[in-house]
Design a protein around this ligand. Structure first.
Ligand SMILES: [Zn+2]
Length: 331
């Protein structure tokens, strides 16, 4: 959809430098007047960052984007740095970091939320927090699907807790109700405590930073119903650490018509959630790519219905979207 039209409708853009063919100065000259805030991808799924890092590899083409952008923008509008956490193709090449599927297949896209990973990400966030950004949006904070993570570390840690041999796989977990609920809780805790630690480390650099976490709201896993089983995300505990951005239909990019059964299932999964029922905290929404007026109206209606504070869009799909989609819907 035309970017200006989205901005006029008060949507917030998440800008991925690889998706526009413009220098920061050109982009700001063209759209700056319509912006009050913007999400700027600084660590994309590739893992090669768009700023001068001494921790992560720099993107060969857009490695100075954040520096150049923020020099011009910082007095005009607020910038929120978007940092992909566990979705990191570069680090996934290193077997010490990569996530592993039940059965032993090494992930090419995701890393395991191990202590080493948390440390690596914390260093990156500490660097990002040195820039004059208003906040940080943590994206891709998920396991790929229910078959992850079965790396040696995860297996060793969980086998200790559960008192089972370290050679287990997902079939073994699934066959035992008690074991499965222990596994789900342990795995979700691992993800939530990663986020909590990252927030602590960020706030040590700048205590005023606003922090958001992206949570998938995907119909293929019945929204919040199987969210923990599939992606390891526990809305309750993550929302205690950060504000929430719900990524609506991330892997099934068709929105339900307003007031249909599916639409009601989607909106009630948020409004019934304990995190948003009693507290005065409002979530934000994200939809990758709004293709036209109809989708814009549906997303605005969802935002209204759940009293969302704001709506973000990339106005495009992530690079490698089709592969990621299959992985996230895979069993
Ligand atoms: Zn692992």
């Amino acid at each position: 959809m035309d970017l200006r039209e989205l901005l006029v409708n008060n949507l917030n853009l998440i800008l991925d430098p690889t998706a526009i063919n413009m220098k920061p100065s050109q982009f700001i000259a063209e759209y700056g007047g319509n912006l009050s805030k913007i999400g700027l991808v600084v660590k994309p799924p590739s893992g090669r960052v768009f700023y001068d890092s001494s921790t992560a590899p720099k993107d060969p083409v857009h490695g100075n984007f954040l520096n150049e952008f923020i020099k011009i923008s910082s007095d005009i509008f607020d910038v929120y740095a978007v940092v992909n956490t566990l979705l990191d193709n570069y680090m996934a090449e290193d077997p010490k970091y990569s996530s592993v599927k039940s059965g032993g297949q090494i992930s090419a896209t995701h890393i395991c939320p191990s202590e080493m990973t948390v440390n690596y990400l914390a260093k990156i966030l500490e660097e990002v927090a040195q820039y004059p950004v208003k906040g940080v949006i943590l994206a891709g904070n998920t396991f790929t699907n229910r078959n992850y993570c079965f790396c040696d570390n995860c297996k060793a840690e969980f086998s200790q807790i559960a008192g089972i041999p370290a050679s287990f796989d997902f079939n073994r977990i699934q066959a035992d109700r008690d074991l499965q609920s222990k596994w789900l809780m342990w795995r979700a805790d691992k993800l939530s405590s990663m986020i909590t630690t990252l927030v602590e480390r960020l706030r040590k650099v700048n205590e005023k930073l606003e922090v958001y976490s992206e949570i998938y709201l995907e119909p293929a896993v019945n929204y919040t119903e199987n969210l923990e089983l599939e992606y390891g995300q526990n809305v309750e505990s993550i929302s205690r650490a950060t504000k929430i951005v719900f990524n609506i239909h991330p892997w099934t990019p068709i929105l339900p018509e307003v007031n249909t059964t599916e639409y009601n299932r989607l909106t009630s999964s948020i409004s019934k959630s304990e995190s948003f029922k009693h507290r005065d905290v409002k979530p934000a929404l994200l939809y990758w790519n709004i293709t036209g007026e109809d989708e814009l109206n549906i997303i605005k209606s969802i935002a209204d219905k759940i009293s969302a504070e704001e709506i973000y869009t990339y106005n495009c799909y992530l690079s490698g979207y089709n592969q990621l989609r299959e992985l996230h819907l895979g069993r």
